[in-house]
Design a protein around this ligand. Structure first.
Ligand code: PGA
Length: 251
């Protein structure tokens, strides 16, 4: 069954103490009610163990923002999928455009990361999206289809465990959101190529989140589209009331 999901991506924000305070606040805000979507908060590695220990797992899951493309060993500074899973985290964002652009993550590296995440019981939130120049030249479908190669080597059983996120790079942190029509068009395209590869049933069950300047004021018009199954939220995930406002778009 396709799930609606609102996932926060804290990026490189919040000290450990600030992160714990935000997670506690979200826990309290969500305590009294039943959200109409799954809620995930993806935090820096150092927050994971503390945050998973304090959130109510019935209300919220915790995820990392990355993991290594190697299993273990002499890779100074890296954090493996097994380490992420050992904190109690359930999700991991992979292929975020900031990782692709600033840290040189390639289709092949991401394929390894996705496989290791799945092997360790984590749910990858796999991100795709084009830059402005590519959209201006009407190359967005081609670019996104090429990025999907990282997950198209998975078996159907493994593919059905992942979550996708479409994040047009020109909309991330810019205040410029894709229009609901642009989001729907790309989500439908992604679902169509998933259907070609794995069949209609798996495509219909796949959650595809939208990311890029999503906020309480525009979440509803984005999520109401038939192929938009929630959001991956950056800036607006750093304030509990804004994040809650986005979760409430499903009410
Ligand atoms: P934004 O970031 O909501 O701040 O645009 C989204 C993301 O990068 O996941």
């Amino acid at each position: 069954m396709r799930k609606n999901i609102v996932a926060g991506n804290w990026k490189m924000n919040k000290t450990l103490q600030e992160g714990i305070a935000l997670a506690k606040e979200l826990n309290e805000i969500l305590a009294g009610e039943k959200a109409n979507c799954d809620v995930v908060i993806c935090t820096p590695f150092i927050h994971l163990a503390s945050v998973t220990a304090l959130v109510d797992p019935a209300k919220m899951a915790v995820g990392a923002e990355n993991c290594a493309d190697k299993e273990s060993g002499a890779y100074t500074g890296e954090v493996s999928a097994a380490m992420v899973a050992s904190t109690g985290a359930k999700y991991v964002i992979l292929g975020h455009s900031e990782r692709r652009a600033y840290y040189g993550e390639t289709v092949a590296m991401l394929e390894e990361k996705v496989k290791l995440a799945l092997a360790n019981g984590l749910t990858p939130i796999f991100c795709v999206g084009e830059v402005l120049d590519e959209r201006d030249n009407n190359k967005q479908n081609e670019v996104v289809a090429a990025q999907m190669a990282s997950v198209f080597s998975l078996s159907a059983a493994d593919f059905s465990k992942i979550v996708l996120a479409y994040e047009p790079v020109w909309a991330i942190g810019t205040g410029k959101t894709a229009t609901p029509a642009q989001a729907q068009e790309m989500h439908a395209f992604i679902r169509s190529i998933v259907a070609e590869k794995y069949g209609k049933e798996i495509a219909d069950d796949c959650s595809i989140l939208y990311g890029g300047s999503c906020k309480p004021s525009n979440a509803r018009e984005l999520f109401v589209n038939p192929d938009v199954d929630g959001g991956l939220i950056g800036g607006a995930a750093l304030k509990a009331s804004d994040f809650k406002g986005i979760i409430d778009a499903f009410n």
